[in-house]
Design a protein around this ligand. Structure first.
Ligand code: ZN
Length: 101
């Protein structure tokens, strides 16, 4: 009988410890109402560090970040000069070997 009694005491003690631990954990979780993780800004701006999309200038062939490119007619240009030259129908910059007649 005394064995059963001590067993019972151990079980009750364990239950008590578990309960206290649970209570403390609950308190710790509920304590800081202002220290929650801040939600990302909802403005929809690109998160810093995100690699930017590169676009290619169809006129001179240079690649540059889209935010720094000049968008025109669904194409992206590195400079206003390239854009206007392309718009004017100027031939793209020659690439090396042009066999002369
Ligand atoms: Zn260009």
């Amino acid at each position: 009988m005394s064995l059963l009694a001590s067993l019972f005491r151990i079980v009750v003690l364990g239950l008590l410890v578990w309960l206290v631990g649970r209570l403390f954990r609950g308190l710790a979780r509920a304590a800081p109402p202002t220290a929650g993780p801040r939600a990302a800004s909802p403005t929809g701006t690109r998160a810093p560090g995100t690699p930017e999309r590169l676009v290619r200038d169809p006129h001179c062939g240079v690649a540059l970040p889209q935010s720094r490119a000049i968008a025109w007619n669904g194409e992206f240009f590195c400079s206003e000069a390239c854009r206007s030259a392309h718009a004017a129908g100027a031939p793209a910059a020659r690439r090396g070997a042009a066999p002369s007649a």
